[in-house]
Design a protein around this ligand. Structure first.
Ligand SMILES: *Cc1c(COP(=O)(O)O)cnc(C)c1O
Length: 390
């Protein structure tokens, strides 16, 4: 049976990212966790097995992934899913019809859609508020409120939520506190340390980091939540296959290396963009001009490769995203390769127009996911494309 490294927390992040949750395979001693491509496991006698009965319930490759990320987030239990949204679906199944959720207004478009188009239809209630102001969360409280859900930094506006302040508030009221940590990753930010009950990831993005699988994860350190989430994971069955778990596990081994390079490129590109006159607004929490830069420095140890900027001209924004050569025009983010996107027509098309305009998500907004290529080449690519789009 696999185990989290003994005395796990004696080791630093980079060591745990390579080793946590993994032991040499017992049959041959293979150092890398195999892809246990099986649906079932032999029983030596009726009811006698080695802890594995059926692969929806247990799979050693999936367990290695779950334990690895649990360790990185500073939690005790991890649960892997077939996508980030399947992970969110599991979180919402903790609630009942009539329960109320306060959610950040600028969450991932698909998260908003799952809440409003599926769970609201089933009787749950959602209020979306600007969580840059904790007072907005307090004002949205109702007697039925059971959960507070946030992302920080948000996608694509790069708004920050004060994780510690929200932790104090949720603790005072006994609400479940859920943080989508996809953008920052545990390398830069660990919400469980600020009082979060559940950390959610789209593994698809930085954790896997190579744009070659789709997956989700939930991390907790409360045994009661672990029991319920494990029950739902098995009962509803939104689990990932072992091949995808193995890809994510391999990606995680280089998470610290990749995040440092994403961060260096993000700072370089954002700094360069801040000197360009055609850019009317620039959103990157690592810049001192970002209104929440001080909070970013307090709760994050780096800022990553996500940048958004406004060109003030929708037609030019459309021309720009079609003219870069290194930045590929594509949905998604967090891979080693740089991507460029137009949130209003791509990732956030499912968010109602009134809500988009209310938060500055205009038709002239462009989003970058800076990869790990040479930073000078990335700046050169943007310079050529900006000039070509004029
Ligand atoms: C992509 C994403 C999700 C959804 O994850 P999938 O793996 O695409 O289902 C949720 N939250 C954030 C912040 C994301 O970027």
């Amino acid at each position: 049976m696999t185990r989290i490294l003994p005395h796990d927390h004696d080791y630093h992040f980079a060591t745990r990212s390579v080793h946590a949750g993994q032991v040499p395979e017992p049959l041959s001693g293979a150092v890398m966790t195999p892809i246990y491509q099986t649906s079932t496991y032999i029983q030596s006698a009726l009811g006698q097995h080695r802890g594995y009965e059926y692969a929806r319930t247990q799979n050693p490759t999936r367990e290695a992934l779950e334990r690895n990320v649990a360790s990185l987030e500073g939690g005790t239990h991890g649960f892997a899913f077939g996508s980030g949204l399947a992970a969110l679906d599991t979180v919402l199944k903790l609630l009942k019809s009539g329960d109320h959720v306060i959610c950040g207004e600028n969450v991932y478009g698909g998260s908003h859609r799952l809440m409003q188009r599926i769970y609201a239809e089933l009787g749950q209630r959602f209020t979306f508020v600007d969580m840059r102001e904790i007072g907005n969360v307090e004002r949205a409280l109702t007697p039925a409120t059971r959960m507070v859900y946030c992302e920080t930094p948000t996608n694509p506006m790069m708004h920050l939520v004060d994780l510690g302040a929200l932790g104090d508030l949720t603790q005072a009221h006994g609400f479940l506190y859920v943080v989508d940590n996809t953008f920052a990753t545990p390398y830069f930010q660990r919400p469980l340390e600020s009082g979060a009950d559940i950390v959610l990831h789209s593994t698809t993005k930085y954790l896997n980091g190579h744009s070659d699988m789709v997956g989700g994860l939930l991390i907790v350190s409360r045994d009661d939540l672990a029991e319920r989430l494990g029950f739902i994971q098995n009962a509803a069955g939104g689990v990932p296959g072992p091949m995808d778990c193995w890809l994510a596990l391999r990606g995680l081994k280089t998470l610290p290396l990749r995040m440092r390079q994403h961060d260096a490129n993000g700072r370089l590109v954002a700094g360069w963009l801040s000197g360009r006159r055609e850019i009317t607004r620039l959103y990157y929490p690592g810049l001192p001009s970002h209104p929440q830069h001080e909070l970013a420095c307090r709760q994050m140890s780096g800022f990553g490769g996500m940048i958004a900027f406004d060109l003030g001209d929708p037609a030019r924004a459309r021309r720009l995203v079609e003219q870069t050569r290194i930045f590929a025009l594509a949905e998604s983010l967090g891979g080693v390769e740089s991507l460029i996107g137009h949130p209003a027509s791509m990732t956030h098309a499912s968010v109602p127009l009134a809500m988009r305009s209310g938060m500055g998500l205009t038709d002239s907004l462009v989003r970058l996911s800076c990869g790990v290529e040479d930073g000078g080449d990335l700046v050169g690519d943007l310079e050529r494309a900006l000039e070509g789009s004029a």
